[in-house]
Write a protein of this length. Structure first.
Ligand code: RDL
Ligand code: RDL
Length: 154
């Protein structure tokens, strides 16, 4: 039985955890999904590690980064923590992060968040359920999450 972990934060301004769970459930109906909500991004790596230690085959993390330099440094630390955790556990952690200054209005930010979570939740299921070649048909295609795909250079 496949088991997916979903880590989200109370800092986030969009309920990305619920979206991720809905998408994973639709893509892989038989799987078990475990959710773990933490205060903020710096708390995410240990939550992801615990879910992997408890038997999850892969985890999706849902972070929200504020606009200040301090927030960006917090994300850099988080990102390094997530990469180290992946290397140590040999399991995928799909890092979905929304940076609050990516776009200039809240409506667009929400749409961007929904698009990024949805596409990356599908990526996680592909990697976990279908294996290392599941994304190969899309290699070099200029896919983007949160935005329209930019496509390949001809
Ligand atoms: O461990 C408690 C907090 O330190 C932790 O939750 C941090 O991730 C909180 N936090 C910051 O301290 C910060 O400066 C966050 C951000 N910026 C941020 O941009 N996004 C967060 N948390 O989710
Ligand atoms: O784990 C899922 C994603 O976080 C991961 O695939 C990232 O590498 C995606 N990504 C970014 O989030 C980003 O801000 C990429 C870039 N920039 C980039 O420039 N090139 C990438 N990925 O291949």
């Amino acid at each position: 039985m496949r088991k997916y972990g979903v880590v989200d934060t109370t800092f986030s301004r969009v309920d990305m955890g619920s979206i991720a769970i809905k998408v994973i459930r639709a893509e892989d109906p038989d799987a078990e999904i475990i959710r773990y909500t933490v205060p903020g991004i710096k708390d995410i790596p240990v939550a992801a590690k615990r879910l992997l230690d408890e038997g999850c085959d892969g985890v999706i993390t849902l972070g929200w980064v504020g606009k200040s330099m301090l927030d960006k440094y917090s994300y850099l630390a988080t990102s390094i923590g997530l990469i180290i955790t992946q290397v140590l556990t040999s399991k995928h952690i799909i890092d979905v992060t929304v940076h609050e200054d990516e776009v200039d209005n809240e409506e667009k930010l929400k749409d961007l968040a929904i698009d990024r979570v949805t596409k990356h939740a599908k990526n996680l299921v592909k990697l976990v359920r279908d294996g290392r070649n599941a994304l190969t048909p899309y290699a070099g295609k200029g896919l983007r999450q949160g935005y329209e795909n930019v496509g390949p250079i001809d």
